[in-house]
Design a protein around this ligand. Structure first.
Ligand code: PLP
Length: 452
């Protein structure tokens, strides 16, 4: 930090303050974690200074031998860890990984057959007319994904995101009574809509998914099954999700981030069956520019860590802790979407406290509990104010929290919510944003949290 401070002290200060903030609060954001010093240090090197567009052994720049080593190692660790035939380590983030997957599927299912029919080797050989026709066909495909309010991600066909614009999209939800995925309803929708791509995976669904069933549905309607395991990749890596709950053997293409439960650097990755490998390998230049070589190196380090037996212990503890947190809420009469959890996420419905998600999130932050507001299924408060709080156990599990600490966390959260009053707007109407947290509650909770 001293070196940074000598150039731009405000950046050194903000970085130091971030450490203080992260250490001094309860980090319960389900998509966050604490990467190891080895992972963090690997990102801060001169590998950042090298351009390496292309793929291993086939670059558009000279002098990429060390980046080749780095990328090949990241891919090798990913293949070994997840039992995947092919791994692509270049995507800069989860959204990039999903874009690579979408365009690989479009290349495999639409572009390559069209080129073969026209007797062309690549798109540059097409006449203007054939090119226009192909572009139209590429832009006219269908995607079926989980809706945002049921727990899907905005890249799964949500209209404001590019995935909702590049595909004709429809969404499947969860059972209104149970909050659980209803595979028969997904199958019925898939039969009717006939998507090219069926997306499974989630950001805020507190349950496991049967990916074998999702593959059966995809096969029945001729769809490519893409699973976005960004959130739960750590539970797959740590062998908590196995058999039908392990997406990798069932999906044609699996995408992930590397920084959530997997505990690596910020980034993305794509795993694929052999059939799709060559298409994914064209991620750069199809969708991506030069890879972040320093981040690929950190991915390799994080994946090597995840291959250690201790990571399996960690992943199991993440899931056990989520159960402890859920039980802690249920014994204190709080309401959970789906009534509990069997992954790393707990989705607390805060409407029973008379609060919106926005009010709960803000009051909790005042008390040093960092969460994010989240829609619940059929949320009356919409995606901005919401009625839920999403909580995840990966980060605090890294800090060594176990059953007793998570029970105490549930208690502290309930104390904050019980002591928060919703505010009113200037004209006296109920506000969805303003709130008042009882005197002394924030300090009391912060003090108790510091002792955990
Ligand atoms: N996919 C899922 C399921 C996610 O939850 C997220 C991020 O929250 C992403 C993709 C996007 O990842 P990133 O923020 O790295 O682009």
């Amino acid at each position: 930090l001293e070196v940074i401070a000598s150039v731009e002290p405000r950046i050194a200060d903000a970085t130091r303050q971030e450490l203080t903030d992260q250490r001094g609060s309860l980090k319960l954001i389900a998509s966050e974690n604490y990467a190891s010093p080895a992972v963090l240090l690997t990102m801060g090197t001169w590998l950042s200074d090298k351009y390496a567009e292309g793929t291993v052994g086939h670059r558009f720049y000279a002098g990429c031998q060390n980046v080749d080593t780095v990328e090949a190692l990241a891919a090798e660790h990913a293949r070994e860890l997840f039992g995947a035939p092919y791994a692509y380590a270049q995507p800069h983030s989860g959204i990039d990984a999903n874009l690579v997957a979408f365009w690989s599927i479009l290349a495999h299912r639409v572009e390559t057959p069209a080129l073969a029919k026209l007797g062309a080797k690549n798109v540059n050989e097409l006449t203007e007319e054939d090119w226009e026709r192909l572009r139209h066909e590429l832009g006219n495909q269908r995607l079926l994904g989980m809706s945002l309010d049921a727990g899907g991600h905005l890249t799964h066909g949500f209209r404001p995101n590019i995935s909702g614009k590049m595909f004709h999209q429809q969404q499947y939800g969860t059972d209104p009574e149970t909050g659980l995925l209803d595979y028969d309803a997904v199958a019925a929708k898939a039969r009717e809509f006939k998507p090219l791509v069926l997306v499974a995976g989630y950001s805020a669904y507190p349950r496991r998914v049967n990916f074998a069933k999702m593959r059966e549905i995809a096969d029945e309607v001729g769809a490519t099954l893409m699973v976005d395991m960004a959130h739960f990749a750590g539970l797959v890596a740590g062998k908590v999700f196995t058999g039908d709950e392990d997406p990798v053997p069932h999906a044609h293409i699996t995408t992930t981030t590397t920084h959530k439960s997997l505990r690596g650097p910020r980034g993305g990755m794509v795993l694929a069956q052999e059939e799709y490998a060559a298409d994914v390998d064209r991620g750069c230049p199809m969708v991506l520019g030069g890879p972040l070589s320093h981040v690929m190196a950190a991915k390799a380090v994080a994946l090597a860590e995840a291959r250690q037996p201790s990571f399996q212990t960690y992943a199991q503890q993440v899931a056990d802790n989520a159960k402890s947190l859920a039980e802690g809420f249920l014994t204190r009469d709080a309401t959970l979407v789906t009534g509990g959890t069997d992954n790393h996420i707990v989705l607390l419905d805060v409407s029973s406290f008379g609060l919106t998600g926005r009010q709960a999130e803000s009051a909790l932050l005042d008390a040093g509990v960092v969460t994010n507001r989240n829609s619940v299924p059929q949320d009356p408060n919409g995606a901005w104010y919401t009625s839920g709080i999403r909580l995840g156990t990966p980060a605090l599990t890294t800090r060594g929290f176990g059953h007793d600490e998570f029970d105490a966390v549930a208690d502290l959260i309930v104390q904050v919510l019980q002591n928060t009053q919703p505010g009113t707007t200037k004209d006296g109407k109920p506000s969805k944003a303003s709130y008042a947290l009882g005197d002394g509650v924030a300090d009391k909770v912060k003090g108790a949290a510091a002792d955990l």
